[in-house]
Ligand binder design. Structure first.
Ligand SMILES: C[C@@]1(CC(=O)O)C2=NC(=C\c3[nH]c(c(CCC(=O)O)c3CC(=O)O)Cc3[nH]c(c(CC(=O)O)c3CCC(=O)O)/C=C3\N/C(=C\2)[C@@H](CCC(=O)O)[C@]3(C)CC(=O)O)/[C@H]1CCC(=O)O
Ligand SMILES: NC(=O)c1ccc[n+]([C@@H]2O[C@H](COP(=O)([O-])OP(=O)(O)OC[C@H]3O[C@@H](n4cnc5c(N)ncnc54)[C@H](O)[C@@H]3O)[C@@H](O)[C@H]2O)c1
Length: 156
């Protein structure tokens, strides 16, 4: 796979739609909430952290499964993160048709962009990507960098 270019986007006022609210979607929602409050989550069942964020008014949540041809035309970015590869593929197809940026967590070939490991501390934002072929490498470096960022990282 081609090496990916890190792009630091202002997504604070962009509409982002996430399908799924399980382990993977919740991890990604938590990351995104550090950058935007314009997030809508669709899933029949939502994890505790997603429900909590919803009750706190930090995101919108609809307890609905993905329905064909329902993705908002004005969505800037969509994450297909359900536990059904078929549903994720259908979301991918619809986004391609509507020219919406899409990430499919179950198929790295169907990602306009890959979701990075992220470490944030104030204005410092570090995104990690290992190309998609070694998820453990991405996780190892994300864990390492997060530790560094939260220690006194300014000492040399
Ligand atoms: C960085 C991070 C961000 C995040 O997810 O938040 C991330 N994956 C993380 C962890 C992780 N991923 C997987 C496991 C279980 C591994 C195991 O058990 O062996 C673990 C470990 C865990 O979860 O602990 C499995 C997996 N991952 C992908 C597929 C599908 C495929 O490869 O086709 C499958 C098989 C699913 C299945 O079996 O169906 C695909 C992608 N995962 C990506 C990102 C994208 C770029 C990756 C890169 O940089 O190289 C990419 C390519 C596309 C995308 O989704 O954007 C996060 C680490 C940071 C953190 O932990 O915070
Ligand atoms: N990219 C990654 O880093 C990574 C890592 C591990 C697994 N995965 C992939 O992620 C998928 C999801 O894993 P998980 O652990 O989050 O699953 P999970 O079982 O914790 O959550 C699944 C979620 O999908 C929702 N859902 C199911 N059908 C839906 C539909 N039709 N419309 C909307 N939402 C729907 C459920 O309500 C639930 O919220 C796995 O199947 C695997 O393919 C990706």
């Amino acid at each position: 796979m081609a090496r990916k270019f890190p792009l630091f986007l202002d997504i604070s006022d962009k509409k982002i739609v996430v399908y799924g609210a399980g382990r993977i979607a919740s991890r990604r929602v938590e990351t995104l909430l550090a950058f935007t409050s314009s997030l809508t989550v669709f899933a029949p069942e939502a994890s505790e952290p997603v429900q909590k964020a919803w009750k706190e008014g930090r995101l919108s949540y609809s307890q609905e499964a993905y329905a064909p041809d329902s993705i908002p035309e004005d969505a800037f970015m969509v994450l297909a993160a359900t536990d059904s590869a078929e549903v994720n593929e259908a979301i991918w197809q619809e986004c391609r048709k509507k020219k919406i940026l899409v990430n499919v967590c179950s198929n790295r070939e169907h990602c306009d962009f890959q979701f990075p490991g992220v470490a944030v501390n104030g204005d410092l934002v570090i995104g990690i990507n290992a190309g998609g072929s070694d998820h453990h490498l991405a996780k190892t470096w994300t864990d390492k960098i997060r530790k560094e960022v939260f220690q006194d990282g300014y000492d040399d």
